[in-house]
Design a protein around this ligand. Structure first.
Ligand code: GDP
Ligand code: IMO
Ligand code: MG
Length: 422
């Protein structure tokens, strides 16, 4: 019997999902992206070669594995083309592995302009988006006016939809944001030209998933962003515009919820966040700088410096529940190598139990001794220092979720597997 395993971020994104999906792909026949768009940046390192993926599922480096882009993803055709060209030039057979849902709403050039104009208008209250047009593309989806990938099959229908969308968005760009507008003919021609090479990869993803199940295959469902960037369960309005939590794996792909066998939460050994919004355990001084430096905490998509802080067990307990986590993978443990002591937030002051209020919460910390030994690249539990093991075990106790994998470096092989997932 095959297994359907969801891999998702349990913090604010960039937990190392890409690395883990790439590693686990050896156990599956297919990998499905189910939400987000090219705001994601998933880093894979195999034998020293680094690949950053934005739209392509992180199983793409394994020949023969089917990579699916589900209906929950917002799709930028030019960005997908760019990403494919780059990988194909290094010998990856993307075309033969990739299947794209016809129901994906397209990210159009005016979405990018709207994203940037909104951020400017918000001034100091800006979200700190990736500026990729993701929010406005999802708005069009919910407003039932999106141009979806399958709409490009019928050029007359596409022409009509584009005209309606441009009339509406150009009006807003011009009269509300006082900024430049878009030319119909140019977008029409560019979009159809981009679609030519991509439309042959269109597929009925839900039925493809059924076919895999019937053949006893295993599939991975790759989340983008992280739990607290979820549009419903995150630190709204400082969130992305999709459901990043486990339920999104179903709605964003067509996999029935009863067919999810395992939910693997990826968490850093500490916490990071890019963009604005609450972050109770954030470290702004020298300790924060040390985490940025040792963890090379700069965004894979925008290059922005990530905000860093200690592990937040209170937020993580919520993440464990919302996602019904079966197991945890703790990444970047090696980044804590040099710290004399390491803190874990175990509660918030004044009885606050969540991060959603208007007043910032103050964490209550528990201190643990650092191991002060380099652990980069260690691939077995036995070789880990006792203090590092104690740190992992304490977090496991606090969250009541087993840690089934530990990552000690960016390379695929810098990983400790503690319990089977498949
Ligand atoms: P994703 O968005 O969740 O896939 O994560 P990103 O790729 O945006 O960010 C994770 C970064 O940490 C990447 O640069 C990875 O190469 C790197 N990384 C992943 N796991 C480890 C680890 O265990 N140790 C170290 N030092 N780096 C890691
Ligand atoms: P991966 O998949 C970290 C953040 C942005 C911003 C907010 C909204 O690599 O973990 P958006 O452009 O989505 O409207 O921005 O969400 N954000 C991410 N942060 N990792 C990501 O993806 C992110 N994708 C979006 O920084 O705060
Ligand atoms: Mg990332």
């Amino acid at each position: 019997m095959g297994k359907n395993v969801v891999v998702l971020g349990s913090q604010w994104g960039d937990e190392g999902k890409g690395k883990i999906v790439d590693l686990l792909t050896e156990c599956v026949q297919g990998v499905v992206r189910f939400q987000g768009g090219h705001n994601a940046g998933h880093t894979l390192v195999v034998d020293g070669k680094k690949t950053v993926l934005h739209l392509l599922p992180s199983g793409i480096l394994h020949p023969g594995v089917v990579c699916m882009i589900g209906n929950g993803v917002v799709l930028s055709l030019p960005e997908l083309q760019k990403e494919m060209a780059l990988l194909e030039s290094s010998g990856v057979a993307v075309q033969s592995q990739l299947k794209i849902s016809g129901a994906c709403p397209l990210v159009m050039p005016y979405h990018v302009a709207l994203d940037l104009a909104r951020e400017t208008k918000r001034g100091v209250r800006l979200i700190g988006t990736t500026g990729r047009g993701i929010g406005p593309a999802y708005e069009d989806k919910v407003a039932r006016r999106s141009i979806r990938f399958a709409d490009l099959l019928d050029t007359a229908h596409f022409a009509e939809l584009l005209q309606e969308n441009l009339d509406y968005h150009n009006f807003i760009l011009k009269n509300y944001f006082m900024t430049s507008t878009f030319d119909y003919t140019q977008i029409y021609e560019e979009t159809l030209a981009q679609a030519d090479a991509l439309l042959p990869m269109m597929a009925d993803i839900p039925m493809l998933i059924v076919a895999h199940r019937q053949q006893g295959h295993s599939l991975l469902f790759e989340g983008a962003q992280g739990t607290f960037l979820d549009i419903d369960h995150g630190t709204y309005p400082y969130v992305t515009s999709s459901n990043t939590t486990a339920g999104g794996a179903s709605t964003g792909s067509g996999l029935g919820p009863r067919y999810i066998d395992y939910v693997l939460g990826i968490t850093k050994a500490y916490t990071t966040r890019v963009g604005s919004g609450p972050f109770p355990t954030e470290l702004t001084g020298a300790l924060g700088d040390a985490l940025v430096e040792h963890g090379r905490e700069f965004g894979a998509t925008t290059g922005r410096r990530r905000r860093c802080g200690w592990f937040d067990a209170v937020a993580m307990r919520r993440a464990a529940e919302i996602n019904s986590l079966s197991g945890l993978c703790m990444t970047k443990l090696d980044v804590l190598d040099t710290f004399d002591t390491i803190q874990i937030a175990v509660a918030y002051e004044k009885g606050a139990d969540n991060i959603y209020g208007r007043t910032p919460v103050k964490p209550v910390y528990e201190e643990m001794p650092g191991w002060k030994t380099p652990i980069a690249g260690i691939d077995s539990w036995a070789k880990l220092p006792e203090k590092a093991k104690a740190y992992i075990k304490r977090i496991e106790n606090l969250l009541e979720v087993p840690v089934v994998m530990v990552s000690t470096g960016p390379e695929r092989k810098n990983t400790i597997q503690l319990a089977p997932i498949f």
